[in-house]
Write a protein that binds this ligand. Structure first.
Ligand code: MAN
Length: 357
């Protein structure tokens, strides 16, 4: 149901300059998307690490004053576990194999993107809640302001940070709005019943799981009224984790949200849910089958293979242009029709509204 752009991927690691000498860009992934100055923009996640030396593995972390420390281990050290490309486990401690920052790129046609020179383009983690970097930024435009919700990573855990900006020159860092463990947060682009709403994804440890929750706020800073709206489905493509993508789209049937779901083999797919127009904590319908699954070589093989993941989209009438990360390595475009997605959910929508089609 999602049509891939024929020249995917549209951005790869060689298109982006490392943020400093001695670093290599390993992944360009999971972009947020928005419009500004009559252009299309993406805010990319850039994952970097130092040029690797033979027999060693090294990775950076931010220290106080945002200085960078390079840690390194011998590859043949028996204490090291590198079974997941994203994580380095060493004698009970966990580190990320790369550190991520955010990078702005813009485009006249929504396909060819470049890093502009007329404003600052790089946003780095800052302070003790972001010492392992910042990731996977969603951008919401509301009340003349852009809201950036992104993943903050540090030894304290993984949480959600908020940055506000009107002009992409002055950024106001509001700090952590959802504490660990939490990620995949998007804020709705309209208030409902005079409240802001956000989807977010805490992770239960002993009880619960990786489920989508909703919260409300009067001021974007204080969030409450939490409820768990969507769980994983045993035996399905979204059996292990689910998480929201970009801000939901308002349609005549309710709020349409493209979300990611992963199974126990860490294969990531995209699907859709429809939330009630007036009470978005009610899920009206949910894709039985994925809308997009990793099939192409660039989706199956990369830094962490078999992943399609989206947190950025633009709407033009009936069409959603989805910007998505493939195999945690490159960025692609897919297009989908809102009408077609709603039609695929139609039987569940009819049941909810009590009508029979
Ligand atoms: C998981 C993956 C990684 C990410 C970390 C921290 O391990 O999603 O890509 O870097 O969490 O968010």
């Amino acid at each position: 149901m999602i049509k891939r752009y024929e020249n995917n991927p549209i951005l790869t690691t060689s298109d982006i300059m490392p943020s400093q000498e001695g670093f290599v860009v390993e992944c360009v992934l999971n972009p947020g998307a928005f419009e500004f100055e009559d252009k299309v923009w993406m805010i990319l996640r850039i994952a970097e690490r130092p040029v690797q030396k033979d027999g060693m593995i090294s990775f950076p972390i931010y220290k106080e004053n945002n200085c960078i420390e390079i840690k390194e281990f011998k590859l043949n050290d028996p204490g090291i576990d590198l079974s997941d490309a994203r994580i380095i486990k060493y004698k009970g401690d966990s580190f990320l194999s790369t550190i991520s920052h955010l990078c702005l790129v813009c485009s006249e046609d929504g396909i060819h993107f470049y890093e502009p020179t007329h404003l600052p383009t790089r946003i780095f983690g800052s302070g003790e809640l972001e010492s392992y970097g910042i990731e996977d930024c969603r951008v919401t435009f509301i009340d003349g302001e852009y809201l950036l919700t992104y993943t903050q990573v540090s030894p304290n855990g993984v949480g959600v940070g908020l940055i506000r900006t009107k002009d992409w020159r002055i950024l106001k860092r509001e700090g952590m709005i959802f504490p660990p463990h939490n990620k995949d947060c998007c804020i709705f682009e309209e208030k409902i019943n005079n409240q802001y709403f956000a989807l977010h994804r805490p992770s239960g440890i002993d009880l619960g799981g990786n489920y989508i929750w909703i919260a409300g706020s009067p001021d974007l800073i204080h969030w409450g009224g939490h409820s768990c709206i969507m769980k994983t489905r045993p035996g399905s493509w979204d059996s292990a984790r689910v998480g929201a993508g970009a801000a939901p789209v308002r349609t005549e049937y309710g709020w349409l949200e493209i979300y990611h779901g992963a199974d126990h083999h860490h294969v990531y797919h995209l699907g859709a849910i429809l939330l009630d127009k007036d009470d978005p904590s009610k899920v009206i319908a949910r894709s039985e089958k994925p809308l997009l699954s990793p099939v192409m070589d660039y989706e199956k093989n990369g830094f962490f293979g078999n992943v399609v993941f989206s947190n950025g989209q633009l709407i033009n009438g009936d069409e959603i242009t989805l910007y998505y990360g493939a195999s945690d390595k490159v960025i692609c475009i897919g297009k989908l029709s809102i009408r077609e997605v709603l039609a695929s959910l139609q039987s569940q929508i009819s049941v909810h509204s009590g009508t029979h089609s």
